[in-house]
Ligand binder design. Structure first.
Ligand code: PAF
Length: 258
């Protein structure tokens, strides 16, 4: 596995790679969910590139950024074992040499769901994903469906800007009790973790958004939103953490609406 810090060096190396290139962008703290993206890429491409870059511009809350877990050594070992060929580890000055003067905005869906409570979040995500896609020039890029809104926005961006890249959505990986895997789960207190497992089950109930919200609040979650959109129900909630409440998101395809 090759590890590259310098993006000029990477761009020079990229020119010599041939075949289908699969790309998995991450912010590190890798878990089984990320590994399922990596495996999908390794199985379907000739070369797999992983990026680990904690993107400050998508954190609207600086304390959220400060708390973001960092496990680089374990991440590199897991990536190597899963068959990654190249790991990109850029820093802020390389990604944002423009000082974030150039930004990629989506004017509609990015303002809904998670965009309502996290102003600027999706602009940060879309801007960094565009930069990373232009650096990696992949055939396919892999995104987890836990972040379904992110997946749809990235797919829409590639269509809108005629990027010849296939955006692949990979099913959410869950713990045995149903909790969607997330790097943030590490921040849950034992009490928060016990509560968190109820999110997915309550979200799947064949009831109105209002009654799902009431049920979540009744259990002790603080709720940002519960919203049915098409045949999927989306939610963002907060559960107790060791130091601060931890924001969790999930979405389920409603069986009754399939
Ligand atoms: O899903 C993530 O981890 C991030 O939003 C991404 C796509 C790596 C962009 O920073």
């Amino acid at each position: 596995m090759n590890i590259v810090h310098c993006m000029d060096e990477w761009r020079a190396r990229r020119g010599s790679l041939s075949g289908r290139v699969g790309f998995v962008p991450t912010m590190g703290a890798l878990h089984e969910g990320h590994l399922s993206l990596i495996r999908a890429s390794v199985d379907n491409n000739d070369v797999t590139v992983l990026s680990i870059y904690v993107n400050a511009t998508q954190f609207n809350d600086p304390s959220d950024l400060a708390k973001y877990p960092s496990t680089l050594e374990a991440d590199l070992a897991a990536a190597n074992a899963a068959g990654v060929d190249w790991v990109l580890l850029p820093d802020y000055s390389q990604i944002y040499a423009d000082g974030y003067r150039y930004q990629l905005n989506e004017e509609s869906f990015s303002r809904q769901l998670c965009g309502t409570d996290r102003p600027g979040h999706f602009t940060g995500v879309l801007t960094v994903v565009m930069k990373l896609l232009n650096l990696v020039v992949p055939t396919r890029a892999y995104f987890g469906l836990k972040d379904y809104q992110q997946f749809e926005l990235v797919k829409g961006m590639c269509e809108a800007f005629f990027l010849p890249i296939e955006i692949v959505g990979v099913e959410t990986v869950r713990d045995q009790d149903g909790l969607a895997l997330s790097s943030r789960n590490k921040l849950l207190s034992p009490e928060g973790r016990k509560l968190a497992k109820k999110l997915n089950k309550i979200l799947s109930r064949n009831e109105t958004d209002e009654s799902v919200r009431d049920a979540l609040e009744g259990e002790g979650f603080s709720v940002d939103y519960v919203q049915l959109r098409g045949d999927r129900r989306f939610a963002a909630v907060h559960a107790p953490g060791y130091t601060h409440p931890v924001r969790l998101i999930d979405n389920v395809q409603m069986e009754s609406l399939k």
